[in-house]
Design a protein around this ligand. Structure first.
Ligand code: SF4
Length: 303
């Protein structure tokens, strides 16, 4: 059996950057002094690896107030609202800002249109960490929609409006939402992220690290009898990319942990492809590959 890891899978550059900043901070700080606000990425194995190096996870920003002197708090790729920075300043806690530059840019754009008095519509999940940060920069005066139906109910079509997307949403739904709003709102801006166009599609704020992978992922899914999709269950882009792969190959299975692999999924398959979200480490997909090969070898020696 051929077992191949998708060459385009693995961490996106924003996550690589965040993990690098975390590792450098851990190396250059007294033991026990480095914290991250929320899980550093949506991948339990990588969280465990960094925790073993001393990274501690805070569950809420309020915990900043009770950190010991000299503590450092890392902001992960999703970014944070201004309130977090204010709290850190108030309690003299050092912030290590590892917000993905793509998210920083999105926050800056939202702030700009908020200041200009636009109605801000964000296609995203209201309580996703990235959206919480974005809501913070516009004082929570925005409309977050996850479905087209919500948009029709919630958006005031008489107002000048700007439409953004959480960076990891699915593009086809975003485009439908754009068209629905365009047909109803006289002044609608679909925000361009011109200065970092390589990371964004020209007309939306969905990260190219997610949507740019879709065509390759479809091809990869078609090329294999079975696809194992490895991602944290909380990963937003994991859900989007898994759906893309499964729409091409119904024998696509989602696992977070290697123990969830089921041998019957592999039955009769000559080729298995392993792929994942932008937060799935390559080293973990290698472990999944080893486990698949071990199971195949065990099955072939059974009478
Ligand atoms: S998916 Fe895009 S926006 Fe999100 S961390 Fe990666 S590079 Fe940044």
């Amino acid at each position: 059996m051929n077992v191949t890891i998708d060459p385009r899978s693995g961490f996106c550059w924003g996550v690589v950057r965040t993990v690098q900043i975390a590792e450098e901070t851990l190396e250059n700080s007294p033991p026990g002094s480095v914290y991250v606000l929320g899980n550093i990425i949506h991948n339990p194995r990588e969280i465990e690896r960094l925790a073993a190096k001393g990274l501690k996870t805070l569950r809420s920003r309020e915990e900043i107030a009770s950190l010991p002197p000299g503590a450092k708090v890392l902001i992960r790729a999703h970014g944070e609202p201004p309130e977090t920075y204010r709290l850190a300043r108030q309690h003299r806690v050092e912030i290590i800002d590892a917000t993905c530059p793509v998210v920083t840019k999105l926050q800056e754009r939202v702030r700009k249109f908020y200041d200009l008095g636009y109605q801000i519509v964000i296609f995203g999940k209201r309580n996703h960490a990235e959206v919480v940060g974005v809501r913070g920069v516009c004082n929570d005066e925005c409309i977050v929609v996850e479905r087209l139906e919500d948009a029709l109910e919630m958006v005031d079509v008489r107002k000048k409006t700007v439409l953004f997307s959480q960076t990891t949403m699915d593009r086809p739904t975003f485009l439908r939402l754009r068209d629905v709003l365009k047909s109803r709102i006289e002044e609608l801006i679909v925000e361009e992220m011109g200065t970092i166009a390589t990371e964004f599609h020209a007309k939306d704020t969905i990260c190219g690290q997610v949507s740019g992978r879709e065509d390759d992922l479809r091809r990869f899914a078609r090329q294999h009898d079975v696809v194992i999709f490895v991602a944290g269950k909380d990963s937003s882009n994991g859900k989007v990319l898994f759906d893309v792969a499964r729409s091409e190959n119904p024998r696509t299975y989602f696992i977070e942990d290697v123990s969830e692999l089921q041998s019957e999924w592999l039955e009769g398959a000559e080729s298995v492809g392993i792929t994942g979200a932008t937060s799935t480490p390559q080293w973990y997909m290698q472990q999944v590959r080893q486990e698949i090969l071990r199971r195949v070898a065990t099955a072939s020696t059974m009478p």
